[in-house]
Write a protein that binds this ligand. Structure first.
Ligand SMILES: [Zn+2]
Length: 238
């Protein structure tokens, strides 16, 4: 991770470049008890990052699993509208290779264009601060995850990536019910948002979806509903 909390109460964020050696920092996930240390500070070989080598991430924390170095990616050529259009188009899924346009741009030699897959864009957002921007939008406006539950308290509207827990499968109507935020354990008195995901692409067996697991869903959310036209719009996190 590039970010962590400075304090145990998780109120003050710190970027890795401002971190110090041998100091305890805390995981961004509100329910994770992981204590992080700054690694590879000052290294010219490996980019520095926070890692839980004092006490590991807990509660199935996704930050430990899906660490990527976001600096590796050239985000200036990434267009969020094109991304959502691409993953939800009914055409056969295109490859993740950058388009011709991107190839012609002058790219920083050490970076590669951010691939246009749901999982890659999710990981990019997950490893970014909620205040960072991608394609002129704040990360908090793109990704609804455990960090942004204070932002999405009543409704989720527009093109979003939502990290949610699958709680019900309606095989007949080909819909999934998703709970946001994706706490694996039910928290008492916690208000959740329940979303209906309509599967509109050809699918052989709705039983291939797994209950009580965390999925990421990318698409246009409206009135607590999203319709998926392409399998590229949903991914099980494992
Ligand atoms: Zn964690």
């Amino acid at each position: 991770m590039k970010y962590a909390y400075k304090d145990k109460e998780k109120t003050e964020k710190i970027y890795i470049d401002d971190a110090m050696k041998f100091i305890d920092y805390y995981c961004l996930n509100p329910i994770c008890t992981g204590i992080l240390r700054a690694c590879a500070l000052g290294s010219t070989v490996v980019p520095s990052y926070f890692a839980a080598n004092i006490s590991s991430h807990s509660g199935g924390c996704l930050y430990g699993k899906y660490y990527i170095n976001i600096k590796k990616y050239q985000k200036d050529t990434f267009n969020l509208d094109n991304f959502f259009q691409n993953i939800s188009s009914e055409r056969k899924a295109s490859t993740n290779k950058p388009s011709e346009n991107n190839k012609n741009e002058v790219l920083n030699q050490n970076t590669i264009p951010l691939p246009n897959s749901l999982f890659q864009v999710y990981k990019y957002c997950l490893n970014s601060s909620l205040e960072d921007t991608l394609s002129n939008k704040k990360i908090i406006e793109i990704l609804a995850d455990l960090r942004s539950e204070h932002f999405y308290t009543k409704v989720i509207v527009g093109n979003k990536i939502v990290e949610g827990k699958l709680i019900f499968i309606d095989k007949k109507n080909k819909t999934l019910n998703i709970q946001y935020p994706a706490h694996l354990e039910k928290i008492e008195n916690k208000k959740y948002i329940y979303l209906t995901v309509k599967i509109n692409y050809p699918i052989a067996n709705m039983s291939s979806f797994l209950l009580n697991r965390i999925y990421i869903i990318g698409g246009y959310f409206d009135n607590f509903k999203v319709t998926l036209s392409n399998r590229r719009q949903i991914k099980l996190l494992d």
